[in-house]
Design a protein. Structure first.
Length: 129
């Protein structure tokens, strides 16, 4: 089985946890190493992540190694996504969401377009091009 290791630095802006580990880790920069195995028998090269080594420094700011944890690579991805969601300003979260046509004031094109789309979907009027 052919394997490869990818090293990466990750930054957490808030304290975080991993499933199955009761300890809460402080915000900071952490080093990781992810091991992947080559999936054989395919017509192209593909790898499957099977473990991530997560290096926990004594002080996240000074880089001195205290210990190493073996975690699921997907748990690291999920923790980074949670941290990213927490740190996205509320104004950016609101603009990223598509506004509902029902929130427009009466008489606006959005509500009329919504009504026409519903009518077309229910077969009450021919579909527009």
């Amino acid at each position: 089985m052919a394997t490869r290791t990818t090293k990466q630095s990750v930054v957490f802006h808030r304290p975080f946890t991993f499933p199955g580990i009761t300890e809460q880790f402080p915000a900071g920069k952490y080093e990781t190493e992810t091991d992947e195995e080559l999936l054989e028998g395919l017509s192209f090269s593909a790898y499957r992540r099977f473990q991530t080594l997560f290096f926990v420094p004594m002080d996240p700011g000074n880089g001195r190694l205290s210990r190493m944890l073996t975690i699921d690579p997907n748990a690291l991805d999920a923790a980074l996504e949670r941290d990213k969601a927490i740190n996205t300003p509320a104004s950016k979260q609101l603009t990223a969401q598509k506004p509902s046509p029902n929130t427009l004031p009466a008489g606006k094109v959005g509500i009329d377009r919504l009504a026409m789309d519903r009518a077309e979907n229910e077969g009450m009027m021919p579909q527009t091009q």
